[in-house]
Design a protein around this ligand. Structure first.
Ligand code: TNX
Length: 538
């Protein structure tokens, strides 16, 4: 009797477990295909899926619904600030339009009716800093408040992620209810410099291709896009005084393709596009090594007065500017002057890496002198290590640390941008099957890319922020670029934004998983890591 009873119990137990499993997996699959209307529990899930993870959030009951009758209200502390916020409202409106089909009205004022979004700096606390914000959602309104418009812009990126992932589709999706869960998010970044670098020298990418990357990175609150504008294989920015830099030096790329360059007008257009997304373009001219494209453009830069042949291979370390010739410094000053006139960034990156054909004492003198030219034009110089080892370099220069060797920078109290190759190089393959990229610094799976902190490499007070560089020796098109950048950039953005003690891989993994649908809707060719997107792998 007792035995039969136990047997029964077991069967019932197994049946229950089975039913629960079926129910759970069907929810997950429906969620993946986005076929179900969000329920409240899934909406609060949305609050928990934001990347980079906000500092603080509380979810409540109910939801705000965006409809075609919603408006975006804006109000700044001054008329000028209001105008700036109007531009952010226009950005938001344009982001919401393709999938909702709504032509949201933008209204100046604070008499916000129910059903509307309100963007404001009025009454914001200074301790939010330039990029901090709050997104306060009630069933009636969504209010984004920042101390500066920049903070509102960062908050707008959070708002996008609070809406169902269909919001990122570029065609009208009529059957979706555009809800935002009731919640209060208070947020601000850990580090002020959160960058991505694109090497447009090894392979050239058009203005539109770079704009697309800027727009995609902005949603994850990246605020610097560093352009590597010159290297052995190409010079990519028009310099009016020295037109052959682009006519000759810009005429090729790795593998011998046609290359290309940005005119100063195009560069200004890029800068403006980035600034509308509160992203600063950081221009780099790599020197004294990595300069063959310049040496091939002008004979006077060479000892024998002869132009070097153009170079389309990938090996490095063979080229050097003449560090003991005044013509070199006049030439560099022309470049710095022209760039500082069209680049509002406070930084100019002067390279300084792998100058294997420059004697150490010449290198030290050269980088010191060039950093002074940068200062003369009101800018701060950034350089790759070993720039910090020059006795002519002090804490007015920023080190971009790509090797784990920053003792000199520490000793001099130099600020650092952490870009350690083994963790942060977007051109490193994910694993042996990755169709693009290099592996000299090892493979960087999505997990490795996430599991580090800048303070593993430098004392916190010296860390300006983090940057993930994409070198493009093997990157020929947007498809490959997307694949290497995404999804790793989401992790880097979070490392720069979210404090170390609030980050955890197991929890991040779930948020990353839910971002897959958004990236897909945006047409990003992201790497679908099997450890994260298991359901899609049927
Ligand atoms: C090293 S990182 C370089 C680049 C290459 C890259 C390839 C650095 C400052 N220099 O010139 O493109 O490796 O991963």
């Amino acid at each position: 009797m007792k035995n039969i009873y136990t047997k029964h119990l077991k069967t019932v137990y197994i049946l229950i477990v089975f039913l629960v499993l079926v129910a759970v997996s069907s929810i997950i699959i429906l969620d993946e295909n986005n076929k179900v209307e969000p329920t409240f529990s899934m909406q609060s899930n949305i609050v928990n899926n934001i990347i980079p993870k906000p500092l603080n959030y509380e979810s409540g009951e109910g939801a705000f619904t965006l409809t075609k009758n919603s408006s975006i209200y804006v109000k700044g502390n001054t008329e000028e600030e209001t105008e700036e916020i109007v531009k952010i409202a226009e950005f938001l409106k344009e982001k919401l339009k393709p999938s909702t089909g709504f032509e949201l009205k933008i209204v100046k004022g604070n008499n916000v009716p129910s059903g509307s979004i309100y963007l404001t700096t009025v009454g914001a606390n200074k301790d939010k800093g330039n990029e901090g914000y709050e997104v306060i959602t009630t069933p009636e309104n969504v209010k984004i408040i920042g101390y500066k418009p920049e903070g509102i812009f960062r908050g707008v990126q959070t708002l996008r992620q609070l809406l169902p992932s269909d919001i990122e589709k570029n065609t009208v999706t009529a059957d979706v209810k555009w809800t935002i869960p009731v919640s209060t998010i208070k947020d601000k970044p850990e580090y002020e410099y959160r960058g991505v670098m694109i090497d447009v020298a090894r392979h050239f990418f058009t203005v539109d291709e770079i704009k697309r990357q800027i727009d995609l990175a902005a949603q994850y609150k990246i605020n610097k896009v560093h352009l590597h504008l010159s290297d052995d294989q190409g010079w990519r920015l028009e310099i009016k005084k020295w037109p052959d830099l682009t006519n000759i030096g810009g005429s090729t790329q790795v593998g011998g393709g046609p290359g290309g360059y940005y005119t100063q007008e195009q560069f200004k257009d890029l800068v403006k596009y980035a600034a509308e997304r509160y992203i600063e373009i950081v221009p780099e001219f790599d020197m004294p090594g990595h300069t063959n494209a310049a040496l091939a453009s002008y004979g006077f830069l060479n000892k024998d007065g002869q132009k070097k042949p153009l170079y389309t291979d990938t090996k490095v370390g063979f080229s050097s500017l003449m560090t003991d010739d005044e013509k070199t410094y006049e030439f560099i000053e022309d470049i710095i002057r022209e760039v500082s006139e069209i680049s509002p960034s406070k930084y100019i990156h002067i390279g300084g890496d792998e100058a294997d054909s420059t004697k150490k004492e010449d290198y030290d003198y050269f980088v010191g002198r060039v950093s002074k030219i940068v200062e003369k034009y009101g800018k701060t110089a950034i350089g790759w290590d070993p720039i910090d080892t020059s006795s002519k370099i002090n804490s007015s220069v920023i080190l971009q640390n790509w090797k784990d060797s920053n003792e000199a920078a520490r000793a001099k109290n130099m600020k650092m941008i952490i870009s350690i190759a083994e963790k942060a190089y977007l051109d490193m393959k994910y694993n042996e099957n990755t169709p693009y990229g290099l592996d000299w610094a090892g493979y960087i799976p999505v997990e490795t890319a996430y599991k580090w902190d800048p303070t593993d490499y430098a004392p916190k007070e010296l860390v300006l922020g983090v940057e993930a560089p994409l070198w493009t020796e093997t990157i020929l098109n947007t498809e490959a670029m997307d694949y290497m950048i995404y999804p790793r950039l989401l992790g880097y953005s979070e490392i720069g934004w979210t404090p170390k003690n609030a980050r955890n891989w197991d929890e991040y993994k779930n948020r990353l998983k839910s971002q897959g649908e958004r990236m897909k809707n945006q047409g990003i060719n992201y790497y679908k890591d099997e450890n994260i997107w298991t359901v899609e792998k049927k």
